[in-house]
Design a protein around this ligand. Structure first.
Ligand code: FAD
Ligand code: NAD
Length: 398
């Protein structure tokens, strides 16, 4: 049996893929064994999922096979679901086997946070993975078909999106683009369709630039979205949602975009975490565990300017992956580790076709130019992980 160090990466998301690609570049031949484990044999662009969820883009534009991204002569890939991390034994328990590690990278992404709202887990849909958005898209189309069979069921044409954070806003932008097409396809009068975006905070996109929020809401209202602000959802039932005001909205489709947390597997492993997110040290290690590195939505990094955590984003995950890889290589070689510093490159949110809002540095962007910037950001990711060929194949240039 080989006694070179074993590196196991859990999750092929933004953080995991970047870590794997950097390891394959930095490690010398036979310096370590690297295994990348992921639930699926493809990497999916979580940042793109609101589109196939609404049916405004094809599923295959939101994923790419892992074998196209990593060199399988250098990295072993395992398609399996991690079930448990056993820190004391340095083992990872998969649904169909066990892996031992000397160094572990945890990048299994976040989970939906429902805050214990009754019925949410059972009755709502979530924008989390390729499989979850496929179900949302099919369900929406099915409601139109069912409505045509029984036009007394007006609730089939009501769509509730719970939470007007970035995911909720991007999804209602796409959904409002898709509705006219579905109405045409199923002979439905568009005035019968309602999209409600319900937000507990007094404003949509809480904390974001107020002028851009106002712009976004105006664009979305014009496309038929009804906002209910300062109104929390307190229950989700098979018939719809119940609001804190006791108002009931009957809807056959409820999509919950009310929040994310880290992964419960981390807490179960006994790693200190806050809602499944580990407050990593400056080298991105779990406190007290020098061989366990955490990336992406599983990590928690404090913004020193405001002494509060940075929001969990793909941008954060993709910056962390290479640093984690370099730090594992440095640990193996007994060299000093790099400090991680997050560089905020800006935030851009899509509002559907040809529309977006964004802030880059001190510059605010709206409309066409913001939408172009969003495309550039998406294409940049494709280029980083897959070079020109992936960028040309999956990138949306128009
Ligand atoms: P993920 O990208 O979520 O990947 C996790 C990986 O782990 C997946 O490959 C999954 O299959 C695998 N996995 C999960 N559980 C297991 C298991 N038990 N066993 C094995 N494998 C497992 N952020 C931005 O910066 N910009 C944006 O524009 C943006 N848009 C977004 C739009 C939407 C609709 C959503 C939902 C999120 C968006 N985000 C955006 C946030 C961003 O997508 C996440 O912060 C980012 O995906 C986190 O990356 P990650 O590497 O931690 O995990
Ligand atoms: P979020 O936590 O940012 O937003 C959830 C929203 O739901 C909040 O506004 C919250 O007030 C609201 N909410 C919570 N409970 C509620 C209730 N009971 N009733 C009604 N509203 C309720 O979650 P998200 O939008 O999924 O974003 C997750 C992360 O992904 C964030 O860090 C975000 O920045 C990132 N993201 C970024 C982009 C982008 O940059 N374009 C897009 C999507 C997501």
């Amino acid at each position: 049996m080989s006694n070179i160090p074993k590196i196991v990466i859990l999750g092929a998301g933004y953080g995991g893929i970047m870590a794997a690609q950097r390891l394959q570049k930095e490690l010398n031949y036979n310096e370590a064994d690297v295994t990348l484990v992921s639930k699926h044999d493809y990497h999916y662009f979580t940042t793109h999922l609101h589109m196939p969820a609404a049916g405004t883009d094809a599923i295959d534009n939101a994923r790419v096979s892992i074998s196209k991204l990593v060199d399988e002569f250098k990295i072993d890939t395992v398609k399996s679901t991690v079930q448990e991390i056993r820190i004391e034994d340095k083992k990872v328990i998969l649904e169909d086997g066990t892996l031992s590690y000397d160094y572990l990278v945890i990048g299994v992404g976040g989970e939906v946070e429902t805050f214990g709202i009754p019925g949410m887990t059972e009755n709502a849909f979530f924008i989390r993975s390729i499989n979850s958005v496929r179900v949302i898209c099919e369900h929406i189309e099915h409601q139109f078909a069912l409505y045509k069979q029984d036009e007394t069921r007006a609730d089939r044409l009501n769509f509730v999106v719970g939470g007007a954070g970035f995911t909720g806003i991007e999804f209602v932008g796409e959904l409002s683009d898709r509705i006219p097409q579905l109405c045409k396809q199923f002979d439905v009068d568009p005035s019968l369709v309602n999209i409600y975006n319900i937000e507990a905070a007094p404003t949509a996109l809480p904390g974001f630039d107020p002028a851009l929020v106002e712009y976004a809401m105006n664009v979305l209202k014009k496309k038929g979205v009804t906002f209910k602000l300062a109104t929390a959802i307190k229950e989700c039932t098979p018939e719809g949602v119940l609001l804190a005001t006791d108002e009931e909205i009957k809807a056959a489709t409820v999509v919950w975009t009310g929040g994310v947390r880290g992964n419960s597997m981390i807490e179960k492993a006994g790693i200190e975490a806050m809602r499944g997110r580990v407050k990593v040290d400056e080298h991105l290690r779990a406190p007290g565990h020098d061989n366990i590195f955490i990336v992406g939505d599983n990590s928690l990094v404090i913004n020193p300017e405001i002494d509060r955590p940075y929001p969990p984003t793909a941008q954060m995950a993709m910056q962390q992956g290479p640093v984690v890889a370099s730090n594992i290589v440095a640990s193996i070689r007994n060299q000093p580790l790099k400090k991680f510093t997050y560089e905020n490159k800006g935030t851009v949110a899509s509002l559907g076709k040809g529309q977006a809002i964004g802030v880059v540095g001190k510059t605010k962007l709206t409309g066409f130019w913001a939408a172009q910037l969003k495309k550039v950001i998406d294409i940049r990711w494709l280029f980083i992980i897959g070079g020109f060929s992936l960028a040309f194949k999956k990138g949306k240039f128009f």
